[in-house]
Ligand binder design. Structure first.
Ligand code: TXA
Ligand code: MG
Length: 330
């Protein structure tokens, strides 16, 4: 079972040396817990795919300690730089052209000529600064499962497969980072996440471009069936059916809410920030009841509601319709 440590100075050094030796360490970030490996060590990065059971074509986000470290590996255009200045450290990932011949192992970007970079808040940044190398880190969960937002969730899911988990309490944001890519004068939203489109639009002084969510898989975090609980998920529920567990939102209840096996309210007051922080934890808890279906009350689409609804739609997606799809989901 993984060792779980509070993230004090000693633990930061312990984590950095484990990472330098090629081990996997689960680290807290403000978005979700990350399953981290030294991004320059191909064996270590391969270990991430193994531990998560994740398809190899899925490129990983590389975490840096500051903009100077980002500039070692990627070509930073002026608009991307403005976004870094505005939002780093924080829940924003930028996809940038990868410089040739860097130390980053090609497996991290799955052979692409771009790299997804992000500077996390808190203890993760300190570990990266000590290590002085970027960390490849997808969310710390088995592939296709709900992202880990606490050390306990990570230990439950991956504790047998990793050596060390740093425990900094529940993730503050609770949703993965927003991923964007600067494309000429425009900025393309690749994955909605913990930073709202509105916040980004205020800095760029214009609208984000959006890809057709149903189009080809641009980013595998965008695979339709992702974040899947074992239970089925029914969205925009106004009436709870017999035997369903209820994921509620806001002060008013769906009809028949008293019938629910159990219920958790993402935010009693309808606060989307609170809802985002609770989302994965509550889905996991409702799922563990073993009911067939989790019914979810309607959640507005503004602000963080976009990313929350995005994750819920993925959780509700039909699981398998072909062998090829099954290959991708696992
Ligand atoms: O908040 C987060 O972003 C968390 C924490 C741990 O930092 N990390 C995370 O990483 O969600 P992961 O590996 O689960 O998600 C990586 C996403 C995938 O959707 C992947 O396709 C996309 O980033 N991605 C990575 N490199 C890319 C690239 N070069 N071009 C386009 N998308 C890329
Ligand atoms: Mg993930």
């Amino acid at each position: 079972m993984a060792l779980i440590l509070a993230p004090d100075e000693q633990a930061i050094l312990t984590a950095a040396s484990a990472l330098a030796e090629g081990k996997l360490v689960a680290i807290p970030t403000e978005t979700v817990y990350g399953l981290a490996a030294d991004a320059t060590n191909g064996d270590a990065v391969a270990g991430i795919f193994e531990a998560k059971g994740r398809p190899h074509f899925n490129p990983l986000i590389c975490h840096v300690s500051d903009i100077a470290m980002a500039a070692r590996y990627a070509v930073i255009d002026p608009l991307s730089r403005r976004l870094m200045d505005a939002f780093w450290p924080g829940p924003l990932t930028l996809v940038l052209p990868l410089k040739p011949d860097t130390a980053i192992h090609p497996l991290v970007a799955a052979g692409l000529d771009t790299i997804a970079l992000r500077m996390p808040r808190g203890v993760a940044g300190k570990i990266i600064a000590v290590l002085d190398r970027p960390l490849a880190a997808p969310s710390a969960n088995t592939s296709g499962k709900i992202s880990g937002t606490s050390a306990e969730a990570v230990a439950d899911d991956l504790g047998q497969k990793i050596a060390l988990i740093l425990d900094a309490g529940p993730s503050e944001v609770g949703l993965e980072s927003t991923i964007v890519k600067v494309d000429g004068d425009g900025v393309l939203l690749l994955r909605p996440g913990g930073l709202t489109a509105e916040d980004i639009e205020a800095v760029i002084g214009g609208k984000l471009n959006r890809i057709d969510q149903r189009a080809a898989i641009q980013a595998p975090g965008m695979m339709v069936s992702h974040y899947a609980p074992s239970a089925g998920v029914r969205l925009n529920v106004h009436e709870v059916r017999e035997g369903e567990a209820l994921l509620a939102f806001g002060p008013e209840r769906a009809r028949g809410a008293e019938r629910a096996l159990a219920s958790f309210n993402l935010s009693q007051t309808g606060n989307l920030r609170e809802a985002a922080a609770n989302l994965f934890d509550f889905m996991k808890r409702l799922d563990s009841l073993g009911g067939a279906v989790i019914a979810v009350e309607p959640i507005p689409f503004n602000g963080l509601g976009e990313a929350i609804n995005d994750r819920l739609v993925r959780a509700a997606a039909p699981r398998v319709s072909s062998i090829a799809e099954m290959e991708q989901i696992k």
